[in-house]
Ligand binder design. Structure first.
Ligand SMILES: C[S@@+](CC[C@H](N)C(=O)[O-])C[C@H]1O[C@@H](n2cnc3c(N)ncnc32)[C@H](O)[C@@H]1O
Length: 393
């Protein structure tokens, strides 16, 4: 297969799994991804996988070409039109910037900013090799945006952000749109926002998982390392002290059935539901028995409850011994915590199993002013520069 055929196969594969607009598909068909990841076998360059291109001293990924599926989703959220002026935060390999340039066309302009000078230099070389010299790559902390070319019609962050930088909102012109992977109490979602009077209103929301922004705007990270080796970590919606959860996880759990006879489906929306409704929410990731895995639950003091199949011991990697879902409580008070967890999953199910795409997000600069007739619905998520108000449809 030549490279054009490989791109066709990649787009056909993506279109089986998700809707992709014709302009975004045309960009994916036109831009040679293999020229943006020169050390990688060209066949691998056209697989629907992220490709890590730089790691820090501890081996953690700090730059990559993102997974084409999420790039396509975010480009459709962004809706770049010919002639648009676009700012990207997170140049990485330059591949997404080249896609943006294809969408904006010869009358448009794309600026892409990255915090690392070596990444900027490489992105520039890749863009030249691919014939996308019109993209301007800038070395700077993206938190300042790039005022020199403002106003923009579109701003996109391709790196995980904890808050919306005031500069991005200021540098967007009238009718502008921002797309960013935003942290919602420890769960990341790609949100497209547009101005709505005194605030920014979400137009669309999609699940995503990006590496976090570095530098002054990184934001707090609430991850408790329960064990270094084998690795076991607990992600929390915000930083707080927890007890000796690792010891509790050794016990056989107290089990509370979630479904009570009726089948309760389980989907990724449960994680957001829990994160937005219960400050005791946690996400356990790492070595669970023989393999890596993750589970969601609640943690309080020395007790933890995790969602798993009936009869499972999630932390030991023991699979379910019966049909259906259960909350597994460990430690003192674990059974009560498991009952609360099961209650949340039932409530999510009864609410029609809302997923990420059903979220409504409003971002207010500064503090949330409240609204006349505010019915108290929705979760208020305070950030440093903005306050998010989040509801399920
Ligand atoms: C997932 S990669 C971006 C992928 C890129 N759009 C592509 O198509 O290859 C995230 C990038 O964000 C950059 N980054 C992290 N923090 C940043 C910051 N504060 N300002 C600008 N760029 C940042 C990283 O250096 C990394 O290259």
């Amino acid at each position: 297969m030549d490279f054009a055929e490989q791109r066709q196969a990649m787009v056909a594969h993506l279109r089986k799994r998700q809707d992709i607009s014709d302009p975004v598909a045309a960009a994916l068909l036109a831009v040679p991804r293999h020229l943006f990841v020169p050390g990688v076998d060209p066949e691998d360059a056209y697989r629907d996988v992220p490709i890590v291109t730089k790691r820090d001293d501890a081996g953690r990924p700090i730059s990559s070409s993102s997974q084409p599926a999420i790039m396509a989703t975010m480009l459709d959220q962004l809706g770049v039109e010919p002639g648009h002026r676009v700012l990207e935060i997170g140049a990485g390999t330059g591949y997404n910037a080249a896609l943006l340039a294809h969408l904006a066309g010869p009358a448009g302009h794309v600026v892409s900013v990255d915090i690392d000078e070596d990444i900027v230099a490489r992105a520039g070389r890749h863009l030249s090799a691919a014939g996308a010299e019109r993209v301007e790559v800038v070395g700077a902390d993206g938190v300042q945006g790039y005022a020199e070319r403002a106003p923009y019609d579109r701003v996109i962050a391709t790196v995980g952000v904890w808050d919306l930088a005031p500069a991005w909102l200021e540098q967007l012109g009238a009718g502008g749109r921002l797309v960013a992977p935003l942290d919602l109490r420890g769960v990341q979602v790609s949100v497209a926002l547009e101005r709505a009077g005194d605030h920014w209103a979400g137009r669309s929301v999609a699940p995503c998982g990006f590496m976090r922004m570095r530098g002054a705007f990184a934001g707090p990270e609430a991850i408790v390392v329960l064990r270094q080796d084998p690795e076991l970590m607990l992600g929390l919606p915000e930083w707080r002290e927890i007890g000796d959860v690792l010891a509790a996880l050794d016990d056989e759990p107290d089990e509370v059935a979630v479904d009570g006879g009726e089948e309760v489906a389980y989907g990724p929306g449960v994680t957001l539901w829990l994160a937005l409704r219960d400050s005791r929410c946690c996400v356990l990731t790492g070595r669970l028995g023989q393999g890596y895995g993750m589970s969601i639950g609640l943690v309080d003091g020395d007790a933890i409850a995790l969602l798993g199949g009936r009869g499972a011991h999630v932390a030991r990697g023991r699979g379910p011994t019966g049909p259906g879902l259960a909350a597994q409580g460990h430690g003192p008070g674990g059974a009560a915590l498991a009952a609360d967890l099961a209650g949340h999953v039932r409530a999510w199910n009864e609410a029609g199993r809302p997923e990420t795409g059903d979220l409504r997000i409003h971002a207010y600069p500064g503090a949330y002013p409240g609204r006349a007739g505010d019915d108290g619905q929705g979760t208020v998520v305070p950030k440093r520069h903005t306050t998010l108000v989040v509801t399920f449809n």
